[in-house]
Design a protein around this ligand. Structure first.
Ligand code: NAD
Length: 296
């Protein structure tokens, strides 16, 4: 595989593009507007500069990485040469089904189609294409250039050979791919989200305050970040939507989102991205400080 098309230049898409480009792949980064692509490229440049400052890469590595990325605002044009497409567009089922139908028509018949979805069924996405055996989940973790795990999700129809190709490819990125099956939340979110939800429930029940809950988990369980801070960092709307996917998928009340989480999302308190969640990020650069603390 040489040419990798990435759909979406947001938080995850630009990180995935950065990671492939730094490993020597040719990347076609696609988004709906020039403004989104410019923002994505600016983030990649900033992250490469940070790596230079930490003496992890050279100036020449940065230039080579950037020269491996070409940007497009049209899916059919951007995916023409792709051996693999990694879709990292907004987490919305209708949007993803539409994109995969489009990809199926525009891509070469040998192109593997992967999605970075956090919670949507790979099997359902695969079913709208004429190549369900060649559709797979490639769930990178945020921030992509730093986090080692890629959760490789086999849909009901994903072939052994495609799974093997994607496992090997992930290793070439310096990642540790881990194969799992396609059930709601896969493995990462099936375990993480109930823990975050229980932390919110603990707060809701008045057992302890925000700082106290996070301190117990940070110092007592050696978590790098407390669960409430992590929920803020992921986005409370994202946590709610993943919990709802698991609640609907398993029909099990243990995944029911805490009413406090629902209220906060309805009030627009989404965590770092909205300036307020369990913590207050309203002072101009506080949100970035939280992210940097996590990156260290
Ligand atoms: P984001 O909102 O930061 O970025 C989404 C990007 O997709 C935006 O730039 C948007 O313009 C673009 N987009 C929307 N429709 C498009 C289309 N039709 N064609 C091309 N681009 C389009 O979202 P994100 O956080 O990067 O999440 C992307 C995916 O990654 C989601 O499926 C999400 O569940 C998954 N994910 C997110 C995280 C995380 O921590 N943020 C972690 C793992 C997986």
């Amino acid at each position: 595989m040489k040419n990798i098309a990435i759909i979406g230049a947001g938080t995850m898409g630009n990180g995935i593009a950065h990671t492939f480009a730094q490993s020597g792949f040719k990347v076609q980064l696609i988004d709906i507007s020039d403004a989104s692509l410019e923002r994505g490229m600016a983030t990649i440049t900033k992250n490469l500069d940070r790596m230079i400052a930490k003496e992890r890469i050279s100036e020449a590595d940065k230039l080579e990485t950037l020269s491996n990325i070409t940007t497009f605002t049209s899916i059919p044009e951007g995916v023409k040469a792709a051996d693999l497409v990694v879709e990292a567009a907004t987490e919305n089922i209708d949007l993803k089904l539409k994109i995969f139908k489009q990809l199926d028509e525009a891509c070469h018949k040998n192109t593997v189609l992967a999605t970075n979805t956090s919670s949507i069924s790979i099997t359902q996405i695969a079913a709208v294409t004429s190549r369900p055996d060649m559709v797979i989940g490639m769930h990178f973790m945020n921030p992509v250039p730093i986090m080692k795990l890629v959760e490789i999700i086999r849909g009901y129809t994903t072939s052994d050979s495609v799974t093997k190709i994607i496992m090997e490819l992930s290793k070439k990125l310096g990642k540790t791919p881990t194969e799992v099956n396609d059930y709601p939340g896969f493995v990462a979110n099936r375990i993480l989200m109930p823990m975050l939800n229980e932390s919110i429930e603990t707060l809701y029940n008045g057992v302890a305050g925000v700082q106290e809950i996070d301190t117990v988990m940070k110092l007592g369980m050696a978590h790098p970040m407390g669960p409430l801070q992590l929920a803020d960092f992921i986005g409370l709307d994202v946590c709610l939507s993943i919990l709802n996917v698991m609640y609907d998928g398993f029909k099990n009340p243990k995944y029911a989102p805490c009413p406090l989480l629902v209220n906060m999302v309805q009030a627009g308190k989404l965590g770092v991205k909205s300036g307020e969640g369990f913590y207050d990020y309203s002072e101009s650069r506080k949100a970035e400080k939280v992210a940097k603390q996590f990156l260290k």
